[in-house]
Ligand binder design. Structure first.
Ligand code: GLP
Length: 233
């Protein structure tokens, strides 16, 4: 695992955007794994700014989001689909058919998970995946206790995760369940970049740095990956 300590959130966002843009410049058919949450907002802003100056930044790129809430429609203001439209998709030339997010409102959620996992495999698996970090060490929505070989599935969100994300819902009512790609799915990505910023992530970053690999702390699975960079600020 490689570590880069950025001087502040702006520097972290610039560095993350630079890595993303270099990856799609080197391979215009890159398959990206993309996170939501507050942390990657600055990265997306910089990516959009840069892509408005270049033609066809995302024309041949494929993206897979890590997760989506279950039981809410795609156009719900709190959905990750809405988040991605707002923070990236509406501003770059990524074809809607190439932008994948689990359907949290699918009639059969288990079948949707199987379909999503197959779509990732059909795309040749994830090439470069960006991750945020939950205060309890979750990655995607893989909560503590998740087996490291887990695949895309429906999960129940922990109380602490629902409290942490309550601000992102107008009525503060966070859905109880979500679809997330698994830790096994994440570990098959060729490269991984984890982003963590701010006081609320200090403890989780310290625990990750300790090097203890344990399923009670999902992000520690990243120690098993050969090409993982942690950007913290
Ligand atoms: C949510 C997302 C995660 C994200 C985490 C951290 O729970 N499902 O993928 O990494 O929040 O979010 P934030 O960046 O807002 O702290």
């Amino acid at each position: 695992m490689k570590w880069e300590e950025c001087k502040d959130y702006g520097a972290l966002s610039r560095r993350a955007a630079e890595i993303l843009l270099a990856a799609i410049r080197d391979d215009p058919r890159m398959v990206l794994g993309l996170p939501t949450g507050r942390t990657p907002v600055g990265m997306y802003e910089r990516v959009i700014a840069e892509c408005s100056r270049q033609y066809h930044c995302f024309r041949d790129v494929t993206t897979f989001n890590l997760d989506e809430y279950a039981g809410i429609p795609r156009d719900d203001p709190g959905s990750y689909f809405t988040y991605m439209k707002h923070h990236l998709f509406d501003h770059v030339d990524l074809g809607p058919e190439n932008a994948h997010i689990p359907h949290g409102d699918a009639p059969d959620l288990d079948a949707e998970c199987v379909r999503y996992e197959r779509e990732i495999a059909d795309a040749g698996s994830l090439g470069l995946t960006f991750l945020g970090l939950g205060q309890n060490g979750h990655i995607g929505f893989n909560e503590p206790g998740t087996p490291f070989d887990s695949r895309t599935r429906v999960v129940e969100l922990s109380h602490s995760t629902r409290v942490a994300n309550a601000d992102l819902f107008a009525d503060r009512k966070v859905p109880s369940h979500a679809i997330t790609i698994g830790i096994g799915t994440i570990l098959e990505s060729k490269r991984i970049v984890l982003l963590a910023s701010g006081e609320s992530k200090r403890e989780a970053i310290a625990r990750l740095k300790s090097g203890d690999i344990d399923e009670s702390f999902p992000a520690s699975a990243l120690w098993k990956h050969a090409d993982c960079l942690v950007l913290s600020a």
